[in-house]
Design a protein around this ligand. Structure first.
Ligand code: ZN
Ligand code: ZN
Length: 245
């Protein structure tokens, strides 16, 4: 009977878990309401009030809008939008633990624009202006990614694979998932492997977009990194969390 060598088992493991990832290219400029962008104005429905922080009730800052139809592997209609409270005076980031998913001081959602013409958008009314718009004009494919060391270890343990010296050596030599902003791939975790659970099916979410500090004037803690995650079975269930060093 055919018996798989460890080398073959490792190759098979790599094939199972490798994922595509893309780096956004962001340019200064103005795009239509549904364009993929950092900062600037989000698409809002007719007469919609700008999304507010559930703590200070001030308008949230718009960080990111991704048009699913414009992704390198298009997904059909819909915009993923990420908002975050930057009201330092009210301390929302600390009080609402905005680094955790489902915080009252952040909002991530999937909306389906009825038309590509957004309502005349009212700019946040508290004196803060939206961040400078950076249009996502194209995507560059990155080398295929494998999970971060700790996560790879967890995945192997979950499959009851004995992690002997062979596996340890190969996990050690595996390149880390890339840092910086990217679509897809594996999270480049900072401390812990921590996926939010889908509120509907309680399955761990998966990375949708990794948001570092590449194109926004916002810092997540001390050189932190954020992760926009999504349920593999419920694409409208999204979460945002971040960690810092
Ligand atoms: Zn707030
Ligand atoms: Zn789900």
């Amino acid at each position: 009977m055919f018996e798989e060598t460890q080398q073959e088992a490792f190759a098979r493991w790599q094939r199972t878990y490798q994922r595509k990832a893309w780096r956004p290219k962001a340019d200064f400029g103005r795009g239509g309401p549904c364009a993929s962008r950092y900062g600037g104005l989000p698409w809002l429905a007719q007469d919609e009030v700008w999304p507010q922080c559930q703590h200070c009730r001030r308008p949230l800052q718009h960080l990111l809008q991704l048009n699913l139809a414009d992704l390198p592997e298009p997904e059909g209609p819909g915009l993923v939008q990420l908002f975050y409270c930057t009201n330092r005076e009210a301390g929302c980031e600390d009080i609402c633990e905005a680094h955790l998913p489902f915080s009252a001081a952040s909002l991530v959602r999937l909306v389906y624009p009825q038309s590509s013409v957004s309502a005349p958008v009212k700019v946040p009314c508290d004196g803060r202006t939206p961040y400078t718009e950076r249009l996502i004009s194209s995507w560059r494919e990155l080398p295929r990614e494998l999970p971060w060391f700790d996560e790879a270890w967890d995945l192997l343990e979950a499959k009851q694979t004995p992690i002997d010296r062979f596996w340890q050596k190969h996990l050690d030599e595996m390149p880390d998932p890339s840092q910086g902003d990217k679509l897809g791939g594996w999270p480049r975790w900072i401390r812990n492997v921590e996926y939010p659970l889908c509120p509907r099916c309680y399955v761990p979410m998966e990375l949708f977009f990794q948001l570092a500090n590449d194109h926004l004037p916002l810092r997540f803690g001390d050189e932190g990194c954020g992760w926009l995650t999504r349920c593999p079975d419920h694409p409208d269930e999204l979460a945002f969390s971040w960690e810092s060093y």
